[in-house]
Design a protein around this ligand. Structure first.
Ligand SMILES: NC(=O)c1ccc[n+]([C@@H]2O[C@H](COP(=O)([O-])OP(=O)(O)OC[C@H]3O[C@@H](n4cnc5c(N)ncnc54)[C@H](OP(=O)(O)O)[C@@H]3O)[C@@H](O)[C@H]2O)c1
Length: 166
């Protein structure tokens, strides 16, 4: 099973502010939806709680949530005590590519396990407490990059980039 991470970050590595995402880029959201649909998605408890109610769970894919809390319940999702447990279960279910979908704490743990990163690099710096980990570009090869310009629905330009672990 391929372990992938998928994220969108600003030029200063910010991915979140006050348990929300500090931009609105519908084509990036579509990319996330299309890339992860029908795959297991694994997220931290805070990311789960940041999802709007209509996207709890994210539809058409098994939602796995990581928490240290005993008896935590998240309707429509399966709870795990560790990222490793969640990945093992996804693999046992026959998953071919599992997606670690954040937030910051979970990406930090996932960096050593993942072999692919789908990273939307936004051309703008944002305020926020949550960042994507600074990964060593010596260990990761950029295998594709697609540019998306600004338009009336997108206030920032961005690149869809895929990195593969060397
Ligand atoms: N731009 C993007 O692509 C993107 C994507 C996803 C999320 N985000 C943003 O990221 C922010 C949330 O990220 P975050 O770093 O604050 O939180 P998070 O990574 O979503 O969740 C953190 C929680 O995960 C659980 N956890 C962490 N390590 C664990 C471990 N080793 N074992 C078991 N459970 C563990 C803990 O839950 P308990 O406290 O319940 O134990 C912890 O509080 C939000 O602002 C969200 O909007 C951005």
């Amino acid at each position: 099973m391929i372990i992938s991470m998928i994220a969108a970050m600003g030029s200063n590595r910010v991915i979140g502010k006050d348990n929300d995402i500090p931009w609105h880029l519908p084509d990036d959201f579509r990319f996330f939806k299309d890339t992860t649909r029908h795959h297991h998605v694994i997220m931290g408890r805070k990311n789960w709680e940041s999802l709007p109610p209509k996207f709890q769970p994210l539809p058409d894919r098994p939602n796995f949530v990581i928490t240290r809390q005993e008896n935590y319940s998240a309707e429509g999702a399966t709870i795990f005590k560790s990222l490793e447990d969640a990945l093992t279960k996804a693999s046992e279910m026959g998953e071919k590519e599992a997606f670690i979908i954040g937030g910051g704490e979970i990406y930090r743990m996932g960096l050593t396990l993942a072999e692919k990163i789908y990273l939307t690099e936004i051309n703008g710096a944002f305020q926020g407490q949550t960042t994507f980990p600074d990964f060593d570009k010596e260990q990761w090869q950029e295998i594709s990059r697609e540019h998306h310009g600004t338009d009336d629905r997108h206030a920032y330009s961005f690149d869809f980039v895929v990195y593969k672990k060397k």
